[in-house]
Design a protein around this ligand. Structure first.
Ligand code: GLA
Length: 483
């Protein structure tokens, strides 16, 4: 059983040596990339509204070696997984860039990172830094990399194991080409690059995961804002355990799952555009594009006025595309072409019931306020009230954004009755994990209740199979080199 970082390093070395004996392994560097747990602010980052996650101590650790022949070779430490290899030249040869592996293949997260970085270059003579990258111009990517990695982040659990891999692969290519990324500004710029990179695999995510993974700090939560991207550390040093419990319902990134996620993103975009149209027509306010733009500073209107405006905009019945088109002064064809396409260019399947604009907007608007309030509460140290906001957030994810599932609802109910100050789904939802705040003195009884009531009675798992589904996480350091 591998335990310490030294053991892991040794094992990574061993596997790299066995796979590619001719590489200069001694020149390699170790990089770690954490998973994240979102404390509050769910499904609002793609509206450019702020979120409040932590990077955690479940992470990927990798050994990375620069190789001059412009290829990328990557392997999991576990030899049961096949290694992958591709050439950087493929990007330059093909107009569409790197050709993806089959849908769902982990190698696509590596390709996503490399494909995105290769679209940037650095002019001769400039310092090699992420903030000096620009689109077009001379390329800088002389070297590829070989990488062996191992991960303790549970997969398909809503803890961003895939974004951790994207960030890791981005850092690998930067390291291999001596491009610096360690300052605060460089990391923020990189978070934006990594967010765009993930569109390669087909999810139109916001930027929360990549920013949390890059900006994380020990003993701190991070408030991440967008447009422009920013990160503010909020000390999180309470006598409280952050407990993650897997519902055991996997939420893999299948096409249906991506459609379900992207549907929310499309609904929110359309809702934001409709409010923007009203602000333009009634108040002459321009340049509002996302729900997150509807702020006093961007509109010149007070928060109470904005609240009053938005409560009247939507009716509760779902909207058909022709009604949306007429509200936006567009043809249905224009709305379809601009906002309802998948990444592969195919038409997004219209929900037969219509788009739930009222419900989605309501969730985003209220969840955003909860994030702002949470920031204040955490600064004041009022963890109890923060817990109640987590509970409200779960209810809103369940009832308005409809991203929970019956197992997560049951799990969070049991967690609350077992003494959690707050409990909610974390991440994209539709399965995956719940996060709960538990007082250390209550932790043993809390765990027992979950093992018995949720995993035993409801999921029919015996203790041995259930125990690894519950674990405590700590706010941890973001991705980077480890010595
Ligand atoms: C996924 C996405 C994030 C965010 C969450 C939901 O993790 O990658 O950008 O939208 O879902 O909050």
């Amino acid at each position: 059983m591998i335990k310490t970082t030294e053991d892991i390093k040794e094992a990574l070395h061993g596997r790299m040596r066995a796979l590619w004996p001719s590489l200069p392994i001694r020149s390699g560097v170790f990089i770690s990339s954490p998973g994240r747990v979102n404390l509050i602010g769910e499904h609002i980052d793609y509206n450019n509204c702020p979120v409040l996650p932590i990077a955690v101590d479940k992470r990927i650790v990798a050994l990375v070696v620069a190789i001059p022949e412009r290829s990328v070779k990557v392997a999991d430490l576990d030899p049961r997984y096949e290694s992958i290899e591709f050439s950087l030249e493929e990007y330059e040869r093909l107009p569409e860039g790197l050709v993806p592996f089959k849908t769902g293949h982990w190698g696509n997260y590596i390709k996503a990172a490399v494909n995105e970085l290769l679209s940037y270059s650095l002019k001769e003579g400039q310092e090699r830094s992420v903030t000096n990258l620009s689109t077009g111009g001379d390329h800088v990517w002389e070297c590829g990399f070989a990488m062996v990695f191992t991960s303790t982040i549970p997969q398909a659990a809503g803890m961003s194991s895939s974004s951790a891999l994207v960030v890791l692969s981005t850092l690998a290519l930067l390291e291999a080409n001596d491009v610096s990324y360690s300052s605060f500004e460089q990391r923020l710029a990189l978070a934006d690059i990594c967010r765009r990179a993930e569109w390669y695999v087909g999810t139109k995510g916001g930027g929360m995961d990549q920013a949390a993974i890059l900006m994380g700090k020990n003993r701190n939560a991070i408030k991440i804002s967008f447009n422009p991207i920013d990160a503010v550390l909020i000390p999180f040093e309470y006598d409280i355990a952050v407990v993650v419990a897997h519902s055991t319902v996997e939420a893999p990134k299948t096409r249906e799952m991506m459609d379900a996620y992207n549907r929310r993103s499309i609904e929110c975009t359309l809702a934001g555009l409709i409010v923007a149209k009203i602000l333009q027509n009634r108040y002459d306010i321009e340049h509002i594009r996302y729900i997150g733009d509807i702020t006093p500073s961007k509109t010149g209107l007070e928060q109470s006025v904005l609240d009053a405006i938005v409560t009247d905009v939507f009716h509760e019945e779902p909207y058909q595309i022709d009604e949306i088109a007429s509200l936006l002064d567009m043809s249905t064809d224009q709305v379809n072409r601009r906002y309802c396409k998948r990444k592969d260019g195919t038409q997004f399947p219209m929900p037969i019931e219509g788009f739930k604009l009222y419900q989605r907007f309501y969730h985003v608007w209220k969840e955003w306020r909860r994030v702002e309030r949470s920031e204040q509460l955490l600064i004041q140290g009022d963890i109890e009230t923060f817990g109640t906001l987590m509970n409200d957030s779960h209810a809103s994810c369940r009832d308005y954004h409809e991203v929970s599932c019956s197992e997560l609802d049951m799990l969070t109910d049991i967690a609350r009755s077992a003494g959690a100050l707050g409990s909610r789904l974390t991440g994209a939802g539709f399965g995956g994990c719940a996060v709960s705040l538990v007082r250390p003195n209550d932790l043993a009884a809390f765990t027992e209740t979950l093992l018995h009531d949720y995993y035993g009675r409801n999921m029919r798992l015996d203790r041995a199979n259930a125990e690894h589904h519950i674990f405590v996480v700590h706010p941890s350091q973001g991705a980077g080199r480890i010595e």
